[in-house]
Design a binder for this molecule. Structure first.
Ligand SMILES: Nc1nc2c(ncn2[C@@H]2O[C@H](COP(=O)(O)OP(=O)(O)OP(=O)(O)O)[C@@H](O)[C@H]2O)c(=O)[nH]1
Length: 296
């Protein structure tokens, strides 16, 4: 078999002595990577390995090499030409008091790792964004029905432990069908969006505002008793009437209001029952001539 040219190996091949840190020789790849000339310099492992890797070598690898004769796939940090710290994988074996090192710099692996980290961060951001979007109604950007129910369930778990008054406000646009019929569905969508902004502007940040379905909106007023909720409903009526339709008529809404009392919270079905109560009150408001709030 012809003699193998070790300079063609794509890794650092080094020879050191087990008794000291002196580098006795190395291949071309190592010369280039470390920018040294082994014959002329007195290079030691201290120059090649990071401080932590050197401690690892002295305290862990060396005893293993002495007892087992070899160490495989050990992770080290190599100081490259120019001082940059490069993660590397080394195989080392001991023959006649000399250590033979094959060190594979993991520059590419490190780059790949960084790419993986940023791809994961990217994915996490996208997942967050998607989760956010699945909670929102696409037309109004308000919480959708499912998100409102989830958030309200959390609030109820909390107020079961420490009661805080919460009121549910069910809002339905009056005569919305004629708005669509007379001015078009697109205009109807615009009205829904305007109403959504109006509701968001009237409430506090701790309140939940949702599009419950069609032209119905459900608002959960946190830390609000029934008197304050009625005051809030009056503000909604006033604000909504500022939205004027193309025929100069004012937009109006009917509202059903229900309060979550401490005794209601024992009921597992409290949300459905209270919404039902608000719905009955809304029905009363419609039957009573619309543009008003009724208590459930
Ligand atoms: N533009 C638009 N219209 C919708 C949307 N969702 C539901 N609607 C319409 O809302 C209208 C609701 O009509 P109705 O339930 O008859 O109620 P209304 O005309 O408001 O009458 P009252 O509630 O009794 O005052 C229907 O014509 C639906 O098609 C939507 O996303 N966009």
């Amino acid at each position: 078999m012809s003699k193998v040219d070790i300079d063609n190996f794509p890794c650092l091949l080094l020879v050191t002595h087990i008794d000291n840190t002196q580098v006795l020789s190395g291949n071309s790849f190592a010369k280039q990577f470390l920018n040294v000339c082994f014959e002329e310099s007195s290079l030691t492992l201290t120059d090649i390995l990071s401080k932590a890797s050197l401690i690892f070598y002295e305290s862990y690898l060396k005893p293993i090499l002495i007892s087992n004769g070899s160490c495989k796939e050990v992770q080290l940090t190599v100081i490259a030409n120019g001082g940059s710290r490069i993660p590397a994988v080394a195989n080392i074996c001991l023959v006649d008091e000399k250590l033979f090192w094959a060190v594979y710099p993991a520059e590419e692996r490190d780059k790949l790792y960084q790419e993986l980290v940023s791809a994961r961060e990217n994915l996490e951001q996208k997942t967050e964004e998607l989760t956010r979007l699945t909670r929102l109604d696409p037309l109004t950007s308000l919480l959708n029905r499912r998100a409102l129910t989830t958030d309200l369930t959390k609030i109820i778990t909390f107020i079961r432990r420490k009661y805080v008054p919460v009121c549910l406000v069910l809002i339905d646009i009056d005569y919305f069908k004629p708005i669509n019929d007379n001015f078009g569905h697109e205009y109807g969508d615009e009205v829904l969006s305007k109403l959504a902004s109006t509701l968001t502007n009237v409430v506090r940040e701790s309140d939940l505002v949702s599009r419950w379905g069609g032209e119905e909106f459900l608002v959960a007023l946190y830390n609000t008793d029934i008197q304050d909720a009625q005051y809030y409903c009056n503000r909604i009526h006033e604000a909504v009437q500022k939205i004027t339709l193309p025929n100069s008529k004012k937009l109006t809404v009917s509202i059903g209001l229900a309060a979550l009392e401490p005794q209601d919270l024992r009921d597992e079905d409290v949300i459905a029952k209270k919404i039902n109560k608000a719905d009955n009150a809304l029905y009363k408001a419609k039957n009573n001539g619309r543009n008003q709030t009724q208590l459930g």
